[in-house]
Design a binder for this molecule. Structure first.
Ligand code: GLN
Length: 197
């Protein structure tokens, strides 16, 4: 049998426990990451939703920024995690750290103050069954670089996208029972590992 995948979840702020629970349901060896050395030996990393400015500052304070930039496994950012992984952000706070690991431009709190949160069905590339998606003060993707593949859209805007080993979602797949987005991330993790070995 294949070895279980080892995936860490950045656990400085936000929805990390929910991601750990989904990963364990999928048979992944999941762990919480708060220190740079906890990335050692991992095949993948999830940066959860929460508050991107807070997560960005804590990532710096815990000296995780360089460690994440040097991490060679696959990375999945949801909501605030997507903002952190983006190359640029509109409406980001001054000095907000961005890792720039995926060539997209995002807009923070794009759905406005009134509609902080909503749920909707998304069409997933290559799937006939819709995906229920929860958006909470979500960003959207305004600019997509040439190497970025769009996997789902809402209202003509990309909300699930991939560039190589980096996957991002504007919504919260850890808050529904549908595990397909995490399963997709596991495939990205396996592919990235096979490229490295
Ligand atoms: N609006 C938040 C931010 O800018 C993200 C919200 C979320 O992750 N649910 O960080």
């Amino acid at each position: 049998m294949d070895e279980p995948l080892r995936i860490g979840v950045l656990a400085v702020q936000g929805n990390f426990r929910e991601h750990v629970n989904v990963l364990r349901r999928l048979g992944v060896e999941a762990s919480e990451v708060r220190k740079p050395h906890q990335l050692d030996g991992l095949d993948g990393l999830i940066i959860p939703g929460g508050e991107s400015t807070a997560i960005g500052k804590l990532v710096r304070a815990y000296e995780l920024e360089q460690a994440i930039l040097g991490f060679e496994g696959a990375i999945f950012g949801t909501c605030a995690g997507m903002i952190l992984l983006a190359r640029d952000a509109v409406d980001g706070l001054p000095g907000q750290p961005l890792l720039g690991l995926i060539d997209i431009g995002v807009r923070r709190n794009a759905y406005g103050r009134q509609v902080h949160s909503f749920e909707t069905d998304l069409e997933l590339a290559g799937e006939s069954r819709p995906l229920r998606a929860v958006f909470i003060r979500a960003p959207w993707i305004e600019r997509v670089g040439a190497g970025v593949e769009v996997l789902a859209k809402h209202d003509h805007r990309p909300v699930l996208a991939r560039e190589g080993r980096i996957l991002v979602a504007a919504f919260h797949p850890e808050l529904t029972d549908d595990t397909r987005v995490h399963e997709l991330f596991c495939e990205v993790v396996r592919e990235a590992a096979s490229v490295r070995s």
